[in-house]
Structure formats: C-alpha cells, structure tokens
Write a protein that binds this ligand. Sequence first.
Ligand SMILES: [Zn+2]
Length: 120
Amino acid sequence: MASLSRSWVDGGGNPTDIDNNNTGDAAFREIYYNDGFTWEVDPNDQPFDGRTDLQTVALHEAGHGLSQGHFGRGAINNQTGRIQLSPQAVMNAGYIFGQQTLLGADNAGHCSNWANWPNN
Ligand SMILES: [Zn+2]
C-alpha cells in the first residue's frame, strides 16, 4: 500500500498552513493497493496466513488520509514468538490481524488531530 499527498501552495509556491497546525494543508491524497498482496475480506483474519484483510487496510489508509500517523510499538512475545503491538490499533505500523473497526487508541489519535478543527 502507498499513499500520495499533495498540499496547497500560495502564489509563491510555498505550502500553506491556513489552520496554523505546523502542517501543510492537504489538497488531496491518493491511496494505492498493491496487487502483490493476496486480498480477502475477513474480519477475523489471523496473522501469517498469507492473506490480508482489505477492509482493515482500507480503514488504516483512510486514517492516513485524515492525517493520522502510525502509533504503538511492536515487540516479540517470548512465550508465543509472535509480534505484539501495543496499544493495539488500526493505525499500528504493522498488519498482524484483521481489525475492521477503530479501537480506543485510534479514536484518541483522531480526536487529538481534529478536535479543535476548524478553530485551531
Ligand atoms: Zn500506515
């Protein structure tokens, strides 16, 4: 997956920051889905089965489209040998299971970005 962002610019070609949030004002974002993955729609997708839940990835990429970055940390669970992400969120940097709805950390991050809009 990849995304492409373009920002508004002023007459001099400089990125604008109309809302003064120290981030350029996004004009549009495009999301590309890599056909090198084996996509499926499975809300209970399990790690490492070779398939990737399209709805989970679409939700994650839509989060980027709304200026949400990655968060959480990954670690190896010594008992299972598997990767665990904490806090668990759609916006974790890695895909290890199907997650088609936002979790608490996702909501908190989104509110952090947008709670004051358009007044900030
Ligand atoms: Zn991402």
